[in-house]
Design a protein around this ligand. Structure first.
Ligand code: AMP
Length: 374
């Protein structure tokens, strides 16, 4: 049997972990990425070019199918071009929805998925005073985000007071924006699921995420205090979105748990049309990792079990390289390094602490966080 090969737009750490999971199953990966020595270079061939370089896409697709992505801000037109010759997961249409926060909110509404109140503003068609009107309609505090190209809390402003608002409106805004009600959530959760072309789905347990400065710092998996109803509700939302988008592969849905602890009110924040940082724990902590399930889903192979085995805490390494030996001396700790240069604010690796007892895992994760200065 010849070795299947998957084509992947992007060759970052998500590509690297996809490549590792695929290799175990005898599936090769070829990547396209403009970066020099990207993280996935150790697990497959990288075509070095811009994402919209059609000749490079042709090279990427030589003997490879389907095409998938590991970075959601690749141009949808590149996916559309690839779709002339191979199946693409996600489709360009699904990608376009998830690339624009305003369209994503519309799809939440269409699917009956609750979300926070929002108002969109586009400088191409609306005068600047309508931006103030949009903010007034929502009411302070608000979070203003660019409609496109946002990730890891980039391109967003939290406006709490009139003076924040005046300062914000004093600047010239040239990009389409979305104004969101600030959600006084008591915690952030995410649900990750996989869907095959025929519609079979599988979902991982809800996980609890802590962000600082808009960047994910830690994930507790499974999330504590999750009732079967809450899990079922989150799965229902994710499934409805996958069906609406005709989605194939692994998708993450980021959620706020609003109201008081235990109220069970979930508000959708955003969709990640790819494997997700809050699913890294599945490498050690689930029967089948999110990376393997993505490969299985896009190759239309039966999905693997998504149950958690024990408890995990995943700690992101952001702009730090803690001592490997010190981290690995902590029982249950696995060290993942992405092969990137260390820079402030950059995700360069993660550590997953696994164990049978959630309390012990939490203590050991705190020790990892001390070593990582987080
Ligand atoms: P995002 O890029 O939309 O995922 O936002 C990054 C992080 O900023 C989220 O994970 C939250 O911690 C915070 N955040 C974003 N939107 C809101 C909101 N509407 N209300 C409160 N916090 C938010």
């Amino acid at each position: 049997m010849s070795q299947p090969m998957i084509a992947i737009l992007g060759a970052g750490q998500l590509g690297r972990m996809l490549g590792l999971a695929a290799a175990r199953m005898g599936v090769a990966c070829r990547f396209l990425d403009p970066a020099e020595s990207p993280p996935a270079g150790v697990v497959g061939e990288v075509v070095g070019a811009e994402f919209d370089d059609r000749k490079a896409i042709d090279v990427l697709l030589r003997g490879a199918a389907p095409l998938t992505i590991e970075f959601e801000n690749v141009p949808a037109a590149a996916v559309e071009y690839a779709a002339r010759s191979v199946a693409t997961y996600p489709s360009a249409a699904a990608l376009r929805v998830t690339q624009c926060r305003a369209s994503e909110k519309r799809v939440f509404a269409e699917c009956g998925v609750p979300t926070n109140r929002t108002a969109a503003w586009d400088p191409g068609s609306q005068p600047a005073d309508e931006l103030r009107a949009a903010i007034d309609a929502i009411g302070l505090p608000v979070v203003v985000k660019t409609q496109y190209n946002g990730y890891d809390g980039k391109f967003q402003w939290v406006l709490r007071s009139e003076s924040d608002l005046e300062k914000f409106l004093g600047d010239t805004h040239r990009l389409p924006l979305i104004v969101e009600e600030f959600v006084p959530f008591w915690r952030e959760l995410s649900i990750i699921g996989a869907r095959r072309p025929g519609g079979q789905t599988a979902f991982y347990p809800l996980v609890e995420n802590t962000h600082a400065g808009g960047i994910l710092r830690r994930t507790v998996a499974p999330a504590p205090k999750v009732t079967p109803e809450l899990q079922a509700r989150a799965e229902g939302y994710a499934r409805a979105l996958m069906e609406r988008l005709g989605y194939v592969g692994v998708m993450a849905l980021e959620l706020f748990e609003a109201g008081t602890p235990g109220s069970g009110v979930l508000l959708a924040n955003e969709i990640a049309p790819r494997v997700h940082n809050s699913g890294h724990w599945t490498i050690e902590g689930a029967r089948t990792s999110q990376f393997e399930n993505h490969v299985r889903a896009i190759l239309d192979l039966p999905l693997g079990e998504t149950a958690a085995v024990g408890s995990c805490v995943m700690v992101n390494l952001i702009g730090v390289e803690p001592d490997r030996a010190a981290v690995l001396a902590i029982p249950g700790a696995s060290y993942h390094w992405y092969g990137k240069a260390v820079r402030a604010g950059r995700k360069v690796g993660h550590v997953t602490v696994w164990g049978d007892d959630a309390g012990v895992v939490a203590e050991r994760a705190a020790a990892v966080e001390r070593l990582a200065g987080s």
